[in-house]
Write a protein that binds this ligand. Structure first.
Ligand code: IPD
Ligand code: CA
Ligand code: CA
Length: 258
């Protein structure tokens, strides 16, 4: 059964990815959800393609999708979908974005698929079965000190109001890590932690659809997730710290000083 869920999620992610590639670089009918938070026709149509694919297979399952598509179903199965993670990149034709599809069963995340259609990279994981990139097993990195670590982060959409809140940890990690990147798609940042390209990632105020799928992928790749105090991670929480595990405590020490 779980294999079937994964196949449906991968095929749905590819259907969403096709829509995104069709619109990349073309007119996008940009609308603003907030002063720095935009949405395009590609977000909406990719979501429609993904949701109709999933509900075609599982009409009774619950849907939680960023742009609001729902089937009003109440079920212990909840599909959590970001049709386009990295919308700002996409709107500028910067090719760093992904489709994210996670499956929660009885309140627990059990499966995740993150698909980058530009690089044709499909990250997948199922609880207890490991994490994969295009079918090949992936693991987090072996970097064991913060000063050798390449970190990634992102800035929430209220950054114009609260810039200092986000600059403080950035400043501290600038002094303590090897380097920091801000690619612009949280799902990709976290999958890069899972595959050892990044060693750690932190970002506050992410939404469930930003982190649902990638959290399973990080865990199954041997990584660690928590909040900024080392407490239990939740996709409905306010803080995401994801790492290879080896530098987790050092990252927590930095976050605790702020
Ligand atoms: C955003 C991206 C970005 C992160 C924001 C997210 P969206 O998602 O993941 O990297 O910094 O916090 O909201 O809006 O492009 O789906
Ligand atoms: Ca997102
Ligand atoms: Ca999105």
């Amino acid at each position: 059964m779980h294999d079937e869920f994964l196949k449906v999620a991968v095929d749905a992610a590819r259907a969403g990815g096709d829509v995104l590639l069709k619109y990349l670089g073309g007119p996008l009918n940009i609308e603003f959800k907030g002063d720095a938070n935009l949405v395009t026709i590609a977000d909406r149509q990719a979501e429609e393609a993904i949701v109709s694919f999933i509900t075609g297979h599982y009409p009774d399952h619950q849907i939680m999708a960023e742009e609001g598509t729902t089937n009003n179903s109440v079920s212990s199965y909840r599909w959590i979908i970001d049709p386009l993670d990295g919308t700002t990149n996409f709107a500028h034709s910067l090719p760093i974005f992904a489709v994210s599809i996670g499956l929660e069963v009885n309140g627990k995340m059990v499966m995740g698929v993150v698909f980058d259609p530009v690089r044709e990279e499909c990250f997948t994981a199922m609880e207890g079965c490991g994490a994969y990139l295009n079918g090949k097993s992936i693991r987090v990195s072996d970097v064991d000190t913060l000063d050798k670590a390449l970190l990634a982060t992102g800035f929430p959409y209220d950054r114009r109001i609260n810039p200092d809140e986000y600059l403080l940890p950035f400043r501290e990690f600038l002094k303590t890590a090897q380097e920091i990147r801000r690619p612009g798609a949280a799902t990709i940042d976290m999958c890069y932690v899972a595959s050892g390209r990044f060693d750690g990632f932190w970002e506050p105020k992410l939404q469930p659809w930003d982190i649902a799928a990638a959290s399973v992928i990080v865990k199954e790749a041997g990584g660690k997730l928590s909040d900024y105090k080392g407490g239990e991670f939740s996709i409905y929480g306010k803080e995401t710290l994801a790492s290879n595990g080896k530098i987790h405590e050092e990252m927590l020490n930095v976050l605790r000083t702020i």
